[in-house]
Design a protein around this ligand. Structure first.
Ligand SMILES: *Cc1c(COP(=O)(O)O)cnc(C)c1O
Length: 364
């Protein structure tokens, strides 16, 4: 079988078309309309937070979260280097300084001992990123934040459906964010959400995302805001996606279990699942023994029509954030050995078998 299997593709087989058609038929295509508020309400229910505020993407969600917390110049925010660039850029946007920490080699999540060491008198917040859907050690991070009077922000872009102690991620932090880019667990095309259990923060995020418009007074703006609104069309897709979320998550779990069981005898390593967490498997990722083996494995899979992705490159090595004196050995050695396997919920048993067989063949 010569297949062409992408690393990700959204499943748009529910009510997406019906709801988008309704936007077109009723001409509610901008950021007002029933789907925006319904998607927010249903999303808050799905992740059990009191408030959910839709925005234009996951990066603007992070930006608003930091603005709402009043983080700015002179402040330090502790963040893992092993993350998608947006987590760090958001810190830069508000004029604060990202302080990078390494990850734990088992879970690939930010190392809490290093977080504690990185705290200075300038530290204002910890940004916890749940990489690839495995939650960070939130209880420890929350305790550190409390002890040192820091804000806790969760970047849940990759962690829709992830649980810690049977609670959804995004509930322990002061404020948390999601992304609905096309390859995220649920998608709106481009989109994001800010969630919080704090009414004051929720009000501030709403105010900021709509140009700082004052309530009850037309064309009167009392703060410098942004246009970070989500459209009704995107929210229509999001609502339809949310209706299928349980199914997506169950399928992703099945896919992860398949890879883990059937690749057990192959010399690759998986993220190790820590106690008391539920991994939502945004991307199933493996590590080869060396970077060279990883590169050859990716080429072998590519030739067989199977797309893979490299893991994220550590951000502290990129030119904008490069710091001569800083080495983070786990991130620097782990990232080049890793790859994401096809992880979308619609993968068939036959496709999974083919991927596993192709990997086995490479190692024989
Ligand atoms: C996808 C992602 C984002 C940003 O999402 P966009 O919607 O693409 O702006 C932020 N952080 C992490 C960890 C992500 O994976």
């Amino acid at each position: 079988m010569k297949a062409s299997i992408p690393v990700y593709q959204p499943e748009l087989t529910g009510n997406e078309k019906l709801y988008v058609q309704e936007c077109l038929d009723t001409s509610w295509i901008s950021s007002r309309g029933r789907f925006v508020s319904e998607f927010e309400t249903e999303f808050a229910k799905a992740v059990t937070t009191s408030y959910a505020i839709s925005v234009s993407n996951g990066t603007t969600a992070l930006h608003l979260a930091l603005v709402a917390l009043d983080i700015g110049p002179g402040d330090e925010v502790i963040v893992p280097s092993f993350t998608y660039i947006a987590s760090v850029n958001a810190i830069h946007y508000v004029g604060a300084t990202p302080v990078f920490v390494d990850i734990e080699p088992q879970s690939w999540q930010m190392d809490c001992a290093q977080v504690e060491k990185a705290i200075t008198s300038k530290t204002r917040a910890i940004m916890a990123v749940h990489i690839y859907g495995h939650p960070c050690d939130l209880p420890t991070l929350a305790a550190l934040a409390k002890q040192h009077q820091l804000r806790l922000v969760e970047d849940c872009a990759e962690a829709f459906g992830s649980l810690v102690d049977n609670r959804h991620v995004g509930n322990i932090a002061d404020i948390a964010t999601y992304s609905f880019f096309g390859n995220k667990t649920i998608t709106t095309g481009e989109g994001g959400m800010v969630v919080t259990n704090n009414e004051g923060l929720a009000t501030r995020v709403r105010h900021l995302k709509g140009q700082g418009l004052m309530e009850g007074r037309e064309y009167w703006h009392d703060i410098v805001g942004y246009n970070y609104r989500m459209t009704n069309i995107c929210a229509a897709i999001g609502l339809a996606q949310l209706e299928q979320a349980e199914q997506f998550l169950a399928n992703k779990k099945r896919i992860a279990a398949y890879y883990r069981t059937n690749l057990a005898a192959v010399p690759v390593a998986f993220q190790q699942i820590q106690d008391n967490v539920e991994h939502s498997w945004w991307m199933v990722s493996i590590l080869a023994e060396t970077a060279t083996v990883r590169d050859h494995l990716r080429e072998h899979l590519q030739r067989a029509g199977i797309e893979t992705r490299p893991l994220f490159n550590p951000v502290h090595l990129m030119p904008m954030y490069f710091n001569e004196g800083l080495t983070l050995p786990v991130s620097e050695t782990l990232a080049p050995r890793g790859l994401n396997l096809p992880s979308w919920p619609g993968l068939s048993e036959e496709q999974l078998r083919y991927i596993v067989r192709t990997i086995e063949q490479f190692f024989r």
